[in-house]
Design a protein around this ligand. Sequence first.
Ligand SMILES: [Zn+2]
Ligand SMILES: [Zn+2]
Length: 367
Amino acid sequence: MEAKAAVINEPRAKFDLENIKLDTELGPNDILVKIVATGLCHTDLIMRDEFFPFPKPAVFGHEGSGVVVKTGNAVTKVAEGDHVVMAPASCGECENCVKGHPSYCLNFMELNFGGHPTDGTCPYHNHEGKEMGAGFFGQSSFANFSLVKENNVVKVDKDIPLELLGPLGCGIQTGSGTVLNFLKAGPGDSILVVGVGAVGLSAIMAAKLAGCTTIIAADIHDNRLELAKELGATHTVNSKNQSLTEFVRSEINPDGVMYGFDTTGRNNVISDAMGAVRTMGHMAIVIVAADKLELDANVIQGGKSISFVNEGDSTPDDYIPRLIRLYKAGLFPFDKLVKYYEFDEFNQAVEDSEKGTTIKAIIKMPH
Ligand SMILES: [Zn+2]
Ligand SMILES: [Zn+2]
């Protein structure tokens, strides 16, 4: 079938809005989804810039939401017409999947970043008939139709705007899940969240939900800090000119905070934030931007731990409906992070996200 997609033909180039061809002969566990909208995430942009190799031309996108059009004959989880959010692909069979940690699926790399199905077929071709890299995070949602597997669709309620829900599949579960599922912050705890884009703001909302009583937001943009306050931060600090270690230890608590959460991936920032984490405290990071993670030795002493967390360590089939219930109850207002764009404004959405004027861009797909 014909589909429309935002395609990366060359590394670091703009997205080209093109017609592509999808092979919709479905295997037993395949699902064809009509994409209603997709979030734009940092990982799409670093992959555009060749963070690691991915076959081009490429269809990225991994925060899709849509409606099931057709299912393979072994699919039981969803049926035609169901509303779904797509989460990263996982095998469902390896040791980590079986233990309920699909974000750490032992086959995560090939299933999400391999560029082609593992059976050697290529169901995506461009308008010239050239094979395309797709199946990005098991979904390639920068197209108006997507081929996904039963394992990475999550059925969602129909009484909530479907176009809002895609980012629950990555950025929002990453931020909130790291606080709730992984760090397991609780009532009366203290946390420092560094970098309050979509992931960091989701962490702030989660910390509030968990009953944390000291929630410090750090960023270099004052407008983001304002929003952090609105969503639950008890303190804010513009880290452009101020050390986080110093701010926390002199103005909040000389012992430091129980938890840290870094979304910047920068060595000097992580090191500074680690200095604000107290003895036996725990720091979670979700990205390392440099080739090496380097920390000052004095900030990692005293039984502190540091962990790299994928996708909030969540089990999407359980966690995404949970976030939707919280949203409906007014306890998790993630719609405040969102700005919508039409498909022909795709590159504008990218530009605004890179400038930081838009926190979470959602692009509506044409039909
Ligand atoms: Zn697995
Ligand atoms: Zn993402």
